[in-house]
Structures are given as C-alpha cells and as structure tokens.
Design a protein around this ligand. Structure first.
Ligand SMILES: *Cc1c(COP(=O)(O)O)cnc(C)c1O
Length: 444
C-alpha cells in the first residue's frame, strides 16, 4: 500500500513488482487492457514512468527501446517536441468546450486529403469507430448481418467479438461471456484470405448482409497481409450484393504507409471502401478515432440523417491538436525511415533466428511487421495459431532483459517510429542473437 513517509517516494512500493501488486488489488488483472498484463508471456509488466523518442523508462530505472509505440500511435516517437508544443499551446486554451473547434475541422480535412473518405466523424476510440460504422451500415442498408474474418480485431464491440462457431459461413457463437447469442448470431465469421468462403457466405445470406468489415491489412493476429487482389475482391463482392465494405484502418491508417494500408493496394488498384475506420496514429497518443466514407452514406448520420451517433468528448481539441500535429509531421521522409528501419530489424531477426535454428517467418504490411515462430507463410488465423508461443515467450523475455520492449504476445505487430535512430536499432540488433538462442531453448 501507499505509505506516508514524509513525502519521500518509497522505492520498494513503487517498483514495477510492487505497483503491479497494488494494481491487482484495485483493477482486474492489474491492467486496463488485457494484453498489457504479460499473461501471454509470463512475468510482471513494467510500469513506465516516462518516454522520449524511441525509449521507454520504467519506474525501476531501466530503459528499453520501444517496439510497441503505444500499440501503433507513436509514429513520430515519444514526446515529440513539436507535438508537445502544439498540445501545450492548446492546453492553455482549455481542454474541452462541447462546441465545434478549429483543430477538428483541420484534422478532418487532413484525413480527407490523405484517404478516399469524403466525410469523417470523430469518436474517442477505435471500438467506437467500428461500432458506429456498423450501425451506420445497418441503418443505410436496412439489413442486420455483419461479415468479419477470424483473427481480425475491431475493438470490443459485441457483434465483433464473435468467433467462428461451427466453421464456414455459419452464424457464429459469442467469443466471450457477456455477448448475447443474438448479437453474435448477427455475425458471420470467415477464414481470412479465402475468397471461396466469402462467395459462399454471400451466396447464402447476401440479401441480409449489411456490411463486411475487415482489417485493411490484419495486424491483430500478427501481420497477415491480404493476398493480392483480396481487398478488391471484397469491395466488388459487397457492391454486387448491395452490402457496404468497411475497411478498418484503426491500426494501419497513417501507419502502414502515408495513405495507410489502402495506399498499398486500393490506391493503385482503383477501388474505394464505402466506409473506413481510423484511430491510433491519428490521435497522436490521445484518445481520438474516426469513421468516414462515402458522402451519401455518411449523410445518413445524425443530425443530417436518422442514424444516431454522438460523444461528449468526440473531436476533443487537445486530442485533435495532437493528431493534426502528428499527421502534418508524418512526411514521405518519415515513412521512408520507418520502412528502412523495419527492413533492418526484419533482416537481423531472420539472420539471428536462422542461425539459432528457430523456425520462423517474418511478415509485413508496409511499415508494420511481425515474426511468427513457425515455418511457412501465414495467411489466416489458423496458420497464425499454429506457432510456438513458448518460443516467443522465451524470445520476448531475453529481448526485454537486453533492453528491447516487444509486444508481450506473439499475435501482435511490431512498430517502429521516426525516432528509432542508430542507437536504438543497434540495441535491437545486439539483443537478437541471444534472444534467438533463448527461443531455441524455450521452444516447446
Ligand atoms: C486497436 C484496434 C481497434 C480498437 O481500437 P481501440 O481504440 O483500442 O478501441 C479496432 N480495430 C483495429 C484494427 C485495431 O487495431
């Protein structure tokens, strides 16, 4: 417990281990989002006191190169001076007014300029963005069913936490207690990268399908890029059946490339999602997210149309200021640096794991990448699940001990930032051979 010791911070009660015990006493699992807990890799989560550039500093005085970047948002690195200055300036003018403000218009203009969406509505989390996009798709089409892919995460929306119940194109069962069977029963879960399964589901249920939602390039089962033409096929299939195609770019938006994952396929193939969702990078480290798309669909939203959607802190001036500053600083040079840095790390990881004889495959989508601890390309969730998570846990802890903070789960993307410089990258490269040997021993 926190003790009064005359204003002197007690190091013992504020170490990561002691803080985690305090947290466990007041918060389920000691964390406010499950994967932070280290339950997938074992051990005690580090409590971070501060971060700058590519580095995290924990309460015990350790520093780590950050390969999570707050699960994506910190594209420019932590505490970027220009973003900090913009936020400080906005903060001095008050934190929330519940009225329209300048930065939300400017951020919306920036998003419309970079992506194919014509209108955007801001919300405070990616979950809210996908939930609202689905409500809008249902309101627009007058239909109820939603198609999603196993292994794609779209936030903790009831109908999107369904898992594949009895296989192909069956109406599914809830993936967690607390989701009504009725909500899960509105969701069709299909294997990713499987056009035949999509065609079969639309052939059977096409007239009842409101929308198909997919991660534009999945990063929530590790990075599993769409096979060539898959997103184009999804867009076409939806159009042919009068359903809306929702591309979830909460993770990939302004991250996979300057134009998100859409910049990697849609921009050159010439298709456009009906609706898109954004979050993470566009909030610059604050809670901000958005959904947007075709003007005729977005105009069905209140107050223009009848589909209700609202938020007390939506478009918050501090969050939109941080997002705007981040996007304005996210230039072509930044994305070139992210790609080059990712390539260096991927090459070194492959070399180290090969030298140690650890089965692995490195996969990417633009600047995002991850390592699967198994042989052979991973194209769907079943493939992602068939990896050696024991080997990953050993690898993760060896990297952590060597000062590199990887995602505490084998099912997450690795993220780099514009602030990952030579010192940060050498720390990673120096840590890899030892971690690869640990993975070889830890492998089940
Ligand atoms: C993170 C994420 C979400 C959920 O966003 P939250 O802000 O955590 O609610 C939704 N979709 C994708 C693809 C994500 O990566």
């Amino acid at each position: 417990m926190l003790r009064d010791n005359g204003g002197v911070t007690d190091r013992v009660t504020t170490s990561s281990g002691a803080l985690f015990e305090r947290a466990l006493a007041v918060t389920p699992g000691g964390v406010n989002s499950p994967v932070r807990s280290f339950s997938a890799v074992g051990g005690t989560p580090r409590f971070i006191r501060s971060a700058a550039g590519a580095w995290l500093h924990d309460v015990d005085g350790n520093e780590y190169v950050d390969l999570i970047c707050s699960w994506g948002p910190m594209l420019l690195g932590h505490a970027h001076p220009e973003v900090q200055a913009a936020v400080a300036e906005a903060l001095a003018r008050g934190t929330s007014y519940g009225t329209p403000t300048i930065p939300e218009v400017e951020l919306a203009e920036e998003i419309v300029a970079r992506t194919p969406v014509e209108r955007v509505r801001f919300v405070s989390s990616g979950t809210e963005a996908t939930m609202s996009a689905i409500r809008l798709a249902r309101g627009f089409t007058g239909r109820d069913l939603v198609v999603k892919f196993a292994g794609c995460y779209h936030g903790h929306v009831d109908s999107l936490l369904a898992s594949a119940g009895s296989g192909l194109a069956t109406l599914s069962v809830p993936g967690t207690p607390g989701v009504p069977a009725s909500a899960a029963g509105e969701t069709i879960v299909l294997p990713y990268n499987d056009p035949a399964a999509v065609s079969a589901a639309f052939a059977e249920h096409g007239e009842r399908i409101a929308c198909l939602i997919t991660e534009a390039a999945p990063g929530n089962m590790g990075v599993v890029a769409p096979t060539e033409g898959f997103n184009a096929f999804l867009a076409r299939t939806c159009r042919d059946h009068g359903a809306l195609f929702i591309s979830d770019e909460v993770m990939t938006g302004f991250r996979a490339s300057k134009q998100g994952a859409w910049g990697l396929d849609g921009a050159t193939e010439g298709w456009i999602p009906d609706l898109m969702t954004f979050g993470k990078v566009m909030g610059g480290g604050f809670p901000a997210a958005a959904f947007g798309g075709r003007a005729d669909v977005m105009s069905r939203l209140a107050p223009e149309g009848p589909v209700y959607q609202a938020g007390t802190l939506s478009g918050n001036p501090i969050a939109t200021t941080a997002g705007l500053a981040t996007l304005r600083l996210a230039t072509d040079e930044v994305y070139a640096h992210l790609n080059a840095t990712a390539d260096t790390i991927k090459t070194a990881a492959t070399a180290a794991l090969s030298a140690a004889g650890v089965p692995h495959v490195v996969q990417s989508a633009g600047t995002m990448f991850s390592v699967f601890f198994r042989d052979g390309a991973v194209t769907d969730f079943a493939g992602a699940s068939a990896q050696d998570s024991g080997a990953y846990a050993a690898f993760f802890h060896a990297m952590l001990d060597a000062g590199v903070y990887l995602p505490p789960s084998a099912y997450e993307s690795w993220f780099v930032s514009a602030a990952h410089d030579d010192r940060a990258v050498s720390t990673i490269l120096d840590a890899l051979p030892g971690a690869a040997r640990a993975a070889a021993i830890g492998s089940a």
